[in-house]
Ligand binder design. Structure first.
Ligand SMILES: NC(=O)c1ccc[n+]([C@@H]2O[C@H](COP(=O)([O-])OP(=O)(O)OC[C@H]3O[C@@H](n4cnc5c(N)ncnc54)[C@H](OP(=O)(O)O)[C@@H]3O)[C@@H](O)[C@H]2O)c1
Length: 334
């Protein structure tokens, strides 16, 4: 059977997606981006990868978040993205904002990890080959390397932009003082940090408490929140047990131990608030992030197009009363 070519929805930009400006830049990003850490690699049927990616793009999600080590297995989310590029996405390349990163262990030996110029440069070249791209829209240092001089990591990012392999650069999970130094260093070289990426959700409030969310905004950088659903905990997924096809059942990055009786009680109470708002727990957890205008985009993971559909409904109600916020705050304390 000959597959008919992919035709994106003609309504993709008139379907309720909101676009927010990334800091002081010319870039607008969708309020929701699609994260490809889990469920987009070789362990997943390509038909489902394709369904989720097409559904996302059809709904106005123009930003796809990858990294060299996403899969599982490492590299295979980028390989699948390359297949999407070849099979369906190529004509729409200029409508897409594609991110990748390097910073975690990727290949053996001393040059396949952390923040050296050697690693970052080689890793991005490999990523571009896997994704069948000439350039990415943003390349991130995936984590701060305490051993490598920060100037070396940052200058490698600057040079990657100068060589045209990335249009913008970003930082992920940098501690506050390293982030402060990096924002200044990059801005002074006219390659300002476009996006700072950190874990942020109802349970993980570190970007607020560390000050990095305020610092990003003051430095002109956009902010993207990852693991907005606490890897699925902040959804209805675990309210009645652990489904076999869930991330928790796989046990790689979300452990069963977090689902204590006390945690279940908090989740049920949050679910009640969501229900009173006419939302699912997932929708409320995502809307809660969007209420803060400093959050440029929320990067959501998914294992089905139906989850993406549910998550997009969060856009319909992202305002909270003071009472709701206070009740959510009380339940978020760890
Ligand atoms: N910079 C970094 O260091 C870093 C670190 C982590 C993540 N990220 C980025 O952020 C993205 C998102 O983070 P994440 O995948 O950890 O977490 P997440 O978005 O908090 O959780 C995604 C998981 O939640 C479940 N889910 C999603 N929507 C749902 C819905 N409507 N109803 C029920 N369950 C739902 C799915 O679990 P099931 O699979 O069980 O169905 C899905 O895989 C990643 O893909 C990656 O791009 C970046």
């Amino acid at each position: 059977m000959i597959e008919s070519p992919y035709q994106p929805s003609p309504d993709r930009y008139d379907d309720g997606m909101i676009y927010r400006r990334a800091g002081r830049s010319g870039v607008l990003l969708p309020a929701f981006s699609l994260g490809m850490w889990h469920n987009f690699g070789s362990g997943q049927a390509f038909s489902n990868v394709q369904r989720m990616a097409h559904y996302a793009f059809d709904r106005g999600i123009t930003h796809f978040d990858l990294a060299n080590n996403y899969g599982p297995a490492y590299g295979t989310a980028e390989e699948n993205f390359g297949r999407l590029m070849e099979r369906s996405f190529r004509p729409y390349r200029d409508e897409m904002f594609i991110a990748t990163k390097a910073g975690y262990d990727m290949w053996p030996g001393p040059y396949g990890n952390w923040g050296s110029r050697k690693y970052l440069t080689a890793s991005l070249d490999q990523s571009l080959r896997r994704m069948k791209l000439d350039y990415v829209d943003i390349f991130y240092s995936h984590r701060h390397d305490p051993e490598t001089p920060l100037e070396e990591t940052l200058q490698a990012l600057v040079d990657i932009v100068r060589r045209g392999k990335a249009l913008y650069v970003g930082l992920s999970r940098y501690p506050l003082e390293a982030a402060r130094f990096a924002f200044r260093y990059l801005a002074e070289r006219d390659v300002p940090c476009l996006l700072f990426q950190d874990r942020y959700n109802i349970f993980s409030r570190q970007p607020e408490t560390s000050g990095v969310l305020s610092l990003s905004a003051a430095s002109g950088s956009g902010f993207v929140a990852f693991s907005p659903l606490a890897q699925g905990l902040l959804t209805g997924r675990y309210l009645d047990g652990i489904p076999q096809d869930s991330r928790m059942a796989a046990g790689r990055s979300l452990q069963r131990e977090v689902l204590t009786d006390a945690m279940l009680e908090r989740l049920r109470a949050l679910n009640d608030i969501a229900r009173q708002r006419g939302q699912t727990l997932a929708e409320m957890a995502l809307a809660w992030l969007l209420r803060d205008k400093r959050v440029t985009s929320v990067i959501v993971g998914a294992s089905s197009a139906a989850q993406i559909e549910d998550n997009l409904r969060a856009l319909e109600n992202a305002s909270f009363s003071d009472d709701e916020l206070a009740r959510i705050d009380a339940l978020s304390r760890e």
